[in-house]
Design a protein around this ligand. Structure first.
Ligand code: GGG
Length: 347
C-alpha cells in the first residue's frame, strides 16, 4: 500500500486541538482511498522553547526534509515567548529553507456558513509570496534603549522571487477563471513595488490569455469587501498577502474556515499545510476550536501529494457537514463533534 510520511507539528494553543482533529479525518480519508499516512509528531513549540531555548532543534530543518509533507497547527504563546521569536524560530525558517515560495489561501463561503457580506458567490484564491519581501528579516537596531535608537527593517524583492510568484499566479489563473490581480503600493514604494509592477507587465505579455489588473493594496482591500465576486486569483507580497488574507478569512465567515498551503512548486523539499489562524490562547484546549480550516488545509495536502480524489472527498465531507449547520456558529459545536460529523460524512 502506498504510504506518505507526514511531519506533524501541532505547535501551541489550539494547534494541537485542530491538528488532532484534522489527522483523524485525513487518516479516515486515506483508509477509504487505499493509501496510508504515517505521521511523526514533533513537539516544537513555545513550550519546547522554554525547555530548550530553541523553537526547534538545530537539525530541525534536516529532520523535516525527509518527509513528504508537513501539517502544522499554530505557533505562538505571547505570554511566555515574544511572537517575533516564535515566528522567526519555527514557521519562517521552514517556509524559507524549503523554498515554499507560494502560500495559497482559498477564500469562499462553505455551504451553511454566513459571512458578514451580502455577497455570497465569491471564490478568491490569494497567493502570498512566502520567502522574501517584508518578511526577509534583514535589518537591525542600534543604540538600543537610548534616545538615539534607530531600527531598520529592509524589504527584499529579488527578480527571481517576484517573477516566480507572479508566474505561479498566472498559471493558477489559467486553471480558474483567467483573471489575475497583482497587488502593490507602487505609488508610495517607488523601488520594490514599481519593480513588481514592471515584472507583472512583462509576464502579462507572455500570458495573453490571462486578464491581469494591477491594484494598490488599499484599493484591493476595499474591493475584497465591496466586490469580492470580481476577483479570481490575487497575488501579493508577503506582508500584503498576510493582511489581505485576514480580510479573506473575515469575509468567508472567520479564521475557523481559512486554510493555507505553503507550496514548494518544484517539489525539491516538502510543502507545509496549516490553518491561517494562530494559537488562540484564550480557547486553547477547551475543545471548542473550529478544526475546519485545518481539515481544509489537510485536503490541500492530499491534493499536493497527488491524492486528488481523497482531497475532493474530504472537501465534500466538510461541505456536507457545514451544510447541516455543524461548525457554522462559533462555539456552538465542539471540536470533537465537528470532527465526528466530517468523518461520518466521509463514509
Ligand atoms: N497556523 C500558523 C500560525 O500560527 N500562524 C500565525 C501567524 O502569525 N503566522 C504568521 C504569518 O503567517 O505571517
Amino acid at each position: 500500500m502506498k504510504s506518505y510520511s507526514i511531519a506533524l507539528i501541532p505547535g501551541d494553543g489550539i494547534g494541537s486541538d485542530v491538528t488532532a482533529a484534522a489527522w483523524t479525518v485525513l487518516e479516515t480519508a486515506a483508509k477509504h482511498a487505499g493509501f496510508a499516512l504515517a505521521g511523526t509528531e514533533f513537539p516544537w513549540s513555545c513550550k519546547f522553547y522554554k525547555e530548550t531555548g530553541r523553537m526547534m532543534p538545530e537539525d530541525g530543518i534536516e529532520t523535516l526534509r525527509g518527509f513528504d509533507a508537513i501539517l502544522l497547527g499554530a505557533v505562538g504563546w505571547p505570554a511566555e515567548v515574544p511572537d517575533s521569536v516564535s515566528l522567526h524560530g519555527l514557521l519562517l525558517p521552514i517556509r524559507k529553507a524549503f523554498v515554499q515560495y507560494a502560500n495559497i489561501r482559498p477564500h469562499r463561503l462553505l455551504p451553511g456558513v454566513t459571512g458578514p457580506l451580502r455577497a455570497e458567490n465569491f471564490d478568491i484564491l490569494c497567493i502570498r509570496e512566502n520567502t522574501e519581501g517584508e518578511y526577509s528579516g534583514a535589518g537591525g537596531r542600534v543604540h538600543q534603549g537610548t534616545l538615539d535608537e534607530v531600527a531598520v527593517e529592509t524589504s527584499i524583492f529579488t527578480r527571481a522571487g517576484v517573477e516566480r510568484i507572479l508566474r505561479f499566479g498566472f498559471e493558477q489563473a489559467r486553471t480558474r477563471r483567467g483573471k489575475l490581480a497583482s497587488v502593490t503600493k507602487s505609488n508610495a514604494q517607488k523601488y520594490s513595488m514599481v519593480f513588481w509592477d514592471e515584472i507583472t507587465r512583462k509576464l502579462a505579455a507572455e500570458y495573453s490569455d490571462v486578464a491581469v489588473t494591477s491594484y494598490h493594496v488599499d484599493a484591493l482591500a476595499a474591493r475584497m469587501i465591496m466586490a469580492p465576486e470580481s476577483l479570481d486569483v490575487v497575488v501579493a507580497s508577503n506582508l500584503f498577502g498576510d493582511i489581505l488574507t485576514d480580510i479573506g478569512a473575515a469575509i468567508q465567515g472567520g479564521l475557523g474556515y481559512a486554510a493555507s498551503a505553503n507550496i514548494n512548486p518544484d517539489r525539491s523539499a516538502p510543502s507545509m499545510f496549516e490553518p491561517v489562524h494562530g494559537s488562540a490562547p484564550d480557547i486553547a484546549h477547551l475543545g471548542i476550536a473550529n478544526p475546519i480550516a485545518t481539515i481544509w488545509s489537510g485536503a490541500m495536502m492530499l491534493d499536493h501529494l497527488g491524492e486528488k480524489a481523497a482531497a475532493d472527498r474530504v472537501m465534500k465531507a466538510v461541505e456536507a457537514t457545514t451544510a447541516r449547520g455543524i461548525g457554522t456558529i462559533p462555539g456552538k459545536d465542539r471540536t470533537e463533534a465537528i470532527t465526528a460529523a466530517v468523518v461520518a460524512a466521509l463514509t
